[in-house]
Design a protein around this ligand. Sequence first.
Ligand code: UD1
Length: 389
Amino acid sequence: MADEEWPGALGPVICVVGARPNFMKMAPILRAFGGHRPSLPTLLVHTGQHYDNDMNDRLFVDLRLPHPDLNLEVGSGTHAVQTAEVMRRFEPVLDAQRPSCVLVVGDVNSTLACTLVCAKKGVPVVHVEAGLRSFDRAMPEEINRVLTDQMADRLYTTERSALANLLREGVAEERVCFVGNVMIDSLLANRAFARPAATTLQMAGFDPGLIGDPQGYGVVTLHRPSNVDSEQRLALLLGVLREVSDQLPLVFALHPRTRANIERFGLGELLNSRRIVLLPPQGYLEMLGLMVAAKLVLSDSGGLQEETTALGVPCLTIRENTERPITIEQGTNTLVGCDARAIRQGVDEILSGAGKTGRVPEFWDGRAAERIAADLSSWLIGRHAQRGH
Ligand code: UD1
């Protein structure tokens, strides 16, 4: 269908973003949809779950994401309030726009909220990054993943293990398509523009010499409620970071949730060291530059596990489980839990040269979004034709 026109009666694809980890997934998708023939018309809706400059605006610029067509401005709240508010504000958008389908990415509250509205109104849902499972229902993201996949009509997966998870939950195989990882599309497209770590430190007012240690430096992020909402757990983790910093200078990009809890629990003293650089949430190109040159990454993020695997940088994940097992089996990721001894041992291994080197998984090749554009275009046009238009 190379030179075909997009059928006039088919509405746009509404593409939804809400929180930071959605932005790097959506940028390559929008580019691929525009570049596909026929190009897929899109409407970008931002729920406003993440809203401030550090978590939002800078990333739009870095990723060259177009300004959202609509912003629902939901802001913060409890999970129930945030989810309900997205639903309430998204419903009239569907009524007004009459989309051909709604495309959601990842596992944040906005992903589930928009999916649920569509399911009730009979609008097809397309889920990118389907089928990942941590099997830990205490994680809000796991609930979002399971429910979104139950309701989605077309499911795109990043790794082959996702299909088995979906089949086990009764999802029909013909709804699932393995395309690879759009997050890695973004990483490969932007790698050449990554900002050098020394420049990032300098711009933030720190001496770039702080990361000039012969051992190199480590990058840290923490934001998962299970790690940062309990005073005892957060204190334990910050204590280990302090110990690790004696061996390796650390650059710690603080999520707003974590910063607030460090203040609330009065734990700031634990990070008061010349060898720990505290930064606000970083832009995409800054984070990429920090990771590329790092000796190791210590984090509880979902995305960083994949990005470090693609970059070949060892990652110690401060969680008991992961929904991205390929990063352990093939990549550079190791689960260390919230266990001080395991974290110290992991760091020692990496510093002694015994860290994982890994390999890049199948289809993490920078072309996942193109595969989605090709498949979604034929799926939508095929469905449209079947309905006798
Ligand atoms: C959300 C996602 C998580 C993702 C993470 C990345 C869910 C359930 N969780 O968690 O999957 O890995 O984003 O960042 O959707 N805040 C700001 N400025 C902002 C955004 C948030 O200060 O721009 C504050 C909020 O007021 C709140 C805290 O950060 O106190 C947490 O924000 P929230 O969106 O509830 O969840 P995250 O922990 O960011």
